[in-house]
Design a binder for this molecule. Structure first.
Ligand code: NAD
Length: 506
């Protein structure tokens, strides 16, 4: 990563939650680590009539968690400028253009610009077209657009948005952010897959029985109910984060680890996902809502009792599904996925469950010589980060029976201390012009088409939504998804732990 880059960041939505909680701390991290030096400036725009001084106070407050002294923080903050701006008002872009040109000279920014859309998606198209029509894009430097999720709410709206953006920006100037791709352990998937002969040789349907992806949240919708009611777990988590994790796990080997090659392989993979008929969707995808539950004697509200949620809401807070990939590598291997709110624990975990091969020659019951736990490779994404391999060993003592043992490698706090936060990593990559960990339009189009088919079946379905208890791992229907095979969900924090394994209980 180059550390001598100069750029002006124009943040649309500079007074918002994302900017304050994620973007300013991420930029400060890049500054204190030396990736941003003197040649950078930030223009925060939003509707509120703030002064630069007030904006500096806001940015300073967002840096509270850092140990650096106030002088360092103030020097960093002095690069920030605020412009009160209504994104629908063409005149405001004239003012923005003049300020951008002034800062370009002052900080020697080489006309490099990063436009960051940190506001409601309904304005993304408007902003992009004004940036074009009011000629904010520079002729000599780079012009890159970072765009937040959600990118549309179905294929048609995503396509329309993309058409609006591409009137001003080329595909290779658009950085569609999915912060999951900035996580250390998600990036580690490709290192594990393509950096180990031991694994790359068995990464296929000959050796892998099934793949399980769990993105579990323990919180409810909190104050985001207004947004969540229009989205639900399928759009909020499955269409982007889960699909991207599937892409990293299942794509073919890219020629190089470059944006062009990785995005091409993920696109090919998404296009290979088996489309389901409406009947197959009902069979292979499950949705549910968390219900009012008594936990430790305390009554916890269900989703429909939450503020700003309709009492008859049909919005799903849980999704589980079976995704099949129709290609030579994965044919016949189910990818089981699930995500939900108010589950037993906040954890993201991936389990690669290998096929049981051979016979168990140690079995007491000679009529069932297949009884043997599968080997499992687990990738711990968060909160813990690391991986483990669960394999069978001999039970210590007299006799001879098998028991699962876990080879466990967890990154400790010290190792992770320097690990960049997802936004920090992705902003630096965008600054360097590296789109490898961003999403191409073709990937999005394919994932929306898959999701739209599910949504249409669910929207037409009049049967009451299944519910699940707060603190569980979802409804019974999610367990039943696996019932037709020999598999079961490997990650189950509601079960008593096997004393020999940390979390993976086979
Ligand atoms: P927010 O509501 O906190 O902030 C919105 C910002 O837009 C504010 O600065 C507001 O002043 C500004 N704004 C609204 N209307 C405007 C107008 N007409 N002209 C100019 N400015 C206007 O929203 P947020 O939570 O920061 O989210 C921003 C985007 O990031 C959304 O697309 C959201 O889905 C996405 N996102 C947010 C988070 C998060 O953690 N907050 C995480 C992932 C994605």
């Amino acid at each position: 990563m180059r550390s001598d880059l100069a750029a002006l960041f124009i943040i649309f939505g500079g007074s918002g939650d994302l900017a304050q909680r994620k973007l300013y701390p991420a930029l400060f991290n890049l500054y204190r680590k030396g990736y941003l030096k003197e040649s950078f400036a930030v223009i925060g725009t939003a509707r509120r009539p703030w002064t630069d001084e007030h904006y500096h106070e806001i940015v300073m407050a967002s840096l509270e968690g850092f140990e650096e002294d106030d002088e360092t923080k103030q020097t960093f903050t002095s690069h920030f400028y605020y412009q009160s701006h209504d994104v629908t008002d063409a005149e405001h872009y004239e003012t923005l253009k003049a300020l951008a040109a002034k800062l370009d000279d002052k900080y020697q920014l080489n006309q490099n610009r990063i436009y960051y859309m940190a506001m409601s998606p309904r304005y993304f198209g408007t902003i992009a077209s004004h940036l074009g029509s009011e000629a904010l894009l520079t002729a000599d430097g780079f012009n890159r657009l970072i765009i937040e999720k959600p990118f549309g709410r179905d294929y048609e709206s995503a396509k329309a948005l993309n058409q609006e953006l591409t009137q001003t920006f080329d595909e290779n100037q658009i950085y569609r952010i999915d912060h999951y791709l900035g996580k250390e352990m998600i990036q580690n998937i490709v290192a594990l897959r393509f950096g180990n002969g031991l694994l790359s040789g068995v990464w296929n349907n000959q050796f892998i029985d099934n793949v399980q992806i769990t993105l579990a949240e323990s919180v409810g919708v909190e104050e985001r109910a207004g947004y969540y009611e229009t989205s639900g777990a399928l759009r909020d988590m499955f269409q982007n984060h889960i699909m991207q994790v599937i892409g990293m796990l299942a794509m073919e080997v890219p020629v190089n680890f470059s944006a062009e090659d990785v995005q091409r392989e993920k696109t090919r993979l998404f296009r290979s996902i088996q489309p389901y008929s409406p009947a197959e969707i009902k069979q292979n995808f499950v949705r549910a809502q968390y219900a009012e539950t008594t936990v430790d004697g305390e009554n916890k509200p269900g989703y429909r009792q939450e503020t700003n949620v309709a009492p008859d809401s049909q919005t799903e807070t849980f999704v589980a599904g079976k995704v099949m990939i129709d290609n030579e590598r994965w044919c016949g291997v189910p990818f089981y996925v699930r995500t939900g709110k108010r589950l037993a624990r906040k954890e993201t975990q991936i389990n690669i469950v290998f096929k049981k091969t051979g016979v168990n020659i140690f079995a007491d019951d000679k009529s069932d010589r297949s009884a043997m736990a599968p080997d499992v490779l687990t990738i711990y994404v968060e909160p813990e980060q690391g991986f483990s391999l669960t394999i069978n060993g001999k039970e210590v003592g007299q006799g001879f029976s098998l028991k699962p043992d876990q080879l466990n490698y967890q990154y400790d706090k010290q190792m992770l201390a320097d690990s960049p936060e997802a936004y920090e990593r992705l902003i630096l990559e965008a600054l360097n012009g590296d789109g490898t960990n961003f999403t191409h339009w073709h990937e999005l189009a394919a994932s929306w088409q898959f999701v739209d088919a599910i949504r249409q079946v669910w929207d037409a379905d009049q049967t009451p939504l299944p519910t699940y208890a707060i603190g569980s791992m979802g409804p019974k229907e999610a367990t039943d998804l696996l019932a037709s095979t020999d598999a079961k969900w490997i990650f189950d924090p509601t079960q008593t732990k096997n004393k020999n394994c940390r979390e993976v209980c086979v």
